[in-house]
Design a protein. Structure first.
Ligand code: SF4
Ligand code: SF4
Ligand code: SF4
Lengths: 364, 157, 196
């Protein structure tokens, strides 16, 4: 981090800017970078979802707007900006407008908690894993507020379902997280990643001892994100469009953005916990091996780490899309039963197994 | 007893197979037709926009007999204004088909005793104005001259 | 000034014409053909329109696919009014253009243009999926011709003088109920404002 700071100060000196500007703006810089990166990633993600779903059904997907339809999401975003913003007469105006923000802002915050590389984690706290889980559950409040404020029965039922689902699937999620914390002996996400370094390439990843945990985490993350087959809050055949029924234009875009951003962040979190985060799957960094200029290699390693994290994240997102393309929606009672009767006991089992593993094998 | 305990495993295998089946399609070529550039070949008996047959001398074959009007299942779709010419034969002075009501059943073509009406293969009929969908006699004639180039449905007299 | 407006117009129209999200509104057999349009062979997704929204609040175009009966007419008007501007309507199928084969039926509205303004009429019974794509392309062309300056005028043209009567759930004119209009088939007394 200090290294980057000095680079930045050097850069400012070139343009004859005093150091205090650097001191003042440096903490903000990563946030701006990260926010911009998140929005870019989400724009790409929406297109990817549409393309991948098209490929699963042997369609072509968007391909008329720019090369391979690359500008499709940009067109969508501009269009949503141009649309009329409707606030229904019966709605609670303040809460109705607050809800999309409440769903979107926490997403931006948790995004900063992910360790992108061994240097780029500017919000590295000793309890960042716990913090992640805490803040990541705030968007549910936004959804509840949206459902309550829009004065629409479908919105209300959709948001109730969303909250019920979030609460029941949070439990197994946290128990799996606990097992990972036991393995890494730390709540710091960076320490969790560093604990996955081993002598052999990718053998130290926590997915191997905690494969059951990975599956549970994957399922629970899908449910937390309200994605197929757990998209009951937005079930189009029963509730018109769930909690965002009354939202139009930009406010809807915020919900949309938050949903996809959260999906990316959840997958990045999963990659951090189970797939070695920013670690290279080869056990060495390509830029370290092939570039012999020391300084350049040192900088490139950071970017390579970001690249590995994104690669793993996109792999997980692809899996989520595969699930979405395959499975139909569950019934409401099946959903709850699955969480309490199957996933929760299994996550206890996983925790027990991991503790034994840690005590008897990993510690030696 | 044995079977029931095995059920979760069978379910998991079925789930995995399902995902595999979907996943296989990523590697297949998309079957999509790039529509405005490429079009599906039409059937021989495809029924598209109507056309009134014009003979070599530029006259309509239609004698304004009104059979098409009578067999049409749709309400007041064909309107014919008939008139006598010098030689005492009837001809349609005006002949309109309202595409807003026509259901493209082909009865008029089937039953016309003179083979005077045919159906072309034109199906891109969308228009911004409703009045443009009322085909008058000139449009129907033009449709025929256009359709000579394309293959059309022959009347089955 | 002209340069600025034309460049704004370009972006405004480019964005709107390339992401026309339809409302899921299939009332009868034409709906099957609409589903086929979004399936693999014809793939409406290529034009960025596969996002069939279930709620009118997020839709741009109402593809009215199927017969509109007098019972359905208030629902159609309500859905249309709930859509945010700018909004468009494609009348798909002969039934929605002018009544189709139910023109003389006592139960069917002869053309949805009596209830809401229609942008594209697409006849045939039912239209081929290609024809629906063609109408979508024509709608995109229409959108590209618009300018942002016309927007207030355009929105004003969407205000309907029909409204839904709360007691009878029929459509009425603002000036009051026009009762005792004779249906087309001449054997039914209806309290409908759009049957002339
Ligand atoms: S088209 Fe054929 S059936 Fe119809 S009026 Fe003319 S001649 Fe008679
Ligand atoms: S095709 Fe059928 S509905 Fe159309 S004009 Fe001919 S008879 Fe009437
Ligand atoms: S136009 Fe024909 S296919 Fe379409 S809804 Fe009417 S009857 Fe059905």
């Amino acid at each position: 981090m200090e290294y980057l700071y000095f680079l930045y100060i050097d850069f400012l000196h070139k343009y004859n800017l005093p150091e205090f500007i650097g001191m003042a703006t440096f903490p903000l810089l990563p946030f701006c970078m990260v926010a911009a990166a998140l929005i870019l990633v989400v724009l790409f993600l929406v297109l990817m979802e549409r393309k991948v779903l098209a490929f699963f059904t042997q369609r072509k997907g968007p391909n008329r707007v720019g090369p391979w339809g690359l500008f499709q999401t940009i067109a969508d975003a501009i269009k949503l900006l141009c649309k009329e913003n409707i606030t229904p007469t019966g709605a609670e105006k303040f809460m109705f407008n607050l809800a999309p923000l409440l769903a979107f802002v926490p997403v931006m915050v948790v995004w900063g908690l992910i360790p992108f590389s061994s240097e780029f984690d500017f919000m590295s706290y000793s309890v960042s894993a716990l913090l992640f889980m805490t803040i990541a559950s705030i968007p549910t409040l936004g959804i509840l507020l949206a459902g309550y404020a829009s004065n629409n029965k479908y919105s209300l039922i959709g948001s109730f379902r969303s909250v019920a689902q979030a609460i029941s699937y949070e439990l197994p999620l946290v128990f799996v997280l606990v097992s990972i914390v036991v393995l890494a002996s730390s709540l710091n996400l960076r320490q969790i990643v560093l604990a996955q370094i081993s002598v052999y390439p990718f053998c130290g990843w926590f997915i191997f001892p905690a494969f059951l945990g990975f599956l549970i985490f994957f399922i629970c993350a899908t449910a937390e994100l309200n994605r197929c087959p757990f998209d009951l809050p937005e079930a189009e055949s029963e509730l018109v469009s769930g909690y965002n029924t009354e939202y139009s234009g930009m406010k809807f875009a915020f919900f949309f953005l938050a949903e996809y951003a959260m999906m990316f962040i959840m997958c990045a979190f999963m990659a951090t916990l189970f797939l070695g985060g920013f670690l290279s799957p080869f056990g060495f960094y390509l830029s370290e091996r092939f570039i012999h200029n020391d300084l350049l290699a040192q900088v490139l390693v950071y970017f390579e780490q970001v690249f590995w994290l994104f690669l793993k994240t996109f792999f997980l997102i692809f899996c989520m899309m595969l699930v979405r393309a395959t499975l139909p929606r569950l019934k409401s009672n099946q959903l709850m039963g699955f969480a309490w009767k199957v996933l929760l006991p299994l996550s206890f089992l996983n925790l027990f197994f991991i503790c034994c593993y840690k005590y008897f094998i990993y510690a030696k | 007893m044995m079977k029931k305990s095995l059920k979760p495993f069978r379910d998991i295998i079925a789930l995995a197979l399902g995902h595999l089946t979907v996943f296989k399609h990523v590697f297949k070529r998309p079957v999509t037709l790039e529509y405005p550039e490429k079009k599906l070949p039409l059937n021989d008996n495809f029924r598209g926009e109507h056309a009134l047959v014009v003979d070599n001398e530029g006259k309509l074959l239609c004698t304004a007999c009104g059979t098409c009007q009578r067999v049409c299942p749709s309400f007041e779709t064909i309107e014919i204004e008939k008139e006598k010419n010098e030689s005492g034969k009837f001809y349609p002075k005006n002949y309109t088909i309202d595409l807003n009501k026509c259901i493209f059943c082909g009865n008029c073509v089937q039953y016309c005793p003179f083979g005077a009406i045919i159906m072309t293969k034109e199906y891109e009929l969308a228009d911004e104005k409703k009045s443009a969908l009322k085909l008058d006699i000139n449009t129907l004639k033009k449709n025929y001259s256009d359709s000579i180039i394309k293959k059309t449905v022959k009347s089955k007299r | 000034m002209n340069v600025i407006i034309s460049s704004i117009d370009f972006i405004y129209n480019w964005a709107r014409s390339n992401s026309v999200w339809p409302l899921t509104f299939a009332t009868s057999c034409c709906g099957i053909e609409m589903m086929q349009t979004s399936a693999a062979n014809f793939d409406i997704a290529r034009f960025g329109s596969e996002v069939f929204r279930a709620t009118p609040r997020q839709a741009d175009v109402l593809i009215c696919a199927g017969t509109i009966t007098h019972k359905m007419a208030p629902a159609l008007l309500k859905l249309y009014q709930q859509m945010p501007e700018p909004k468009y309507v494609i009348a798909m199928g002969a039934c929605t253009c002018g009544g189709g084969m139910f023109t003389d039926s006592y139960a069917v509205v002869n053309g949805i243009d009596k209830i809401i303004p229609v942008d594209i009429y697409l006849p045939m019974c039912p239209p081929k999926p290609e024809a629906l794509l063609d109408s979508l392309i024509k709608l995109q062309k229409k959108i590209r011709k618009e300018t942002i300056l016309d927007r207030p005028k355009y929105i004003a043209s969407h205000v309907s003088d029909l409204k839904i009567d709360e007691d009878s759930e029929f459509l009425i004119k603002d000036s009051g109920i026009i009762l005792q209009q004779w249906g087309v088939s001449g054997n039914l007394q209806e309290g409908l404002a759009y049957e002339f």
